[in-house]
Design a protein. Sequence first.
Length: 79
Amino acid sequence: MARRFACPTCSRPIQWTDAFPFRPFCSERCRLIDLGAWLSEQRAIAGDAADDAAQGATGRGELPEDHGEPHQGHEDTEG
């Protein structure tokens, strides 16, 4: 017998079977509502604040400036 769970979004009871392909959610709508909550940062995993290294070299989440030096494999070639 399949176990019964509550949808994490709407609390509708569901079974862990192929009849509920969006499990643990009851529907695609509930799955998308949950995804939207994560993307809008209404939900988050608790932890320490990001340090400067995780934000990029400038500390503002930006990449360091390119100083005109060619990168390996990206040299300008004529042809």
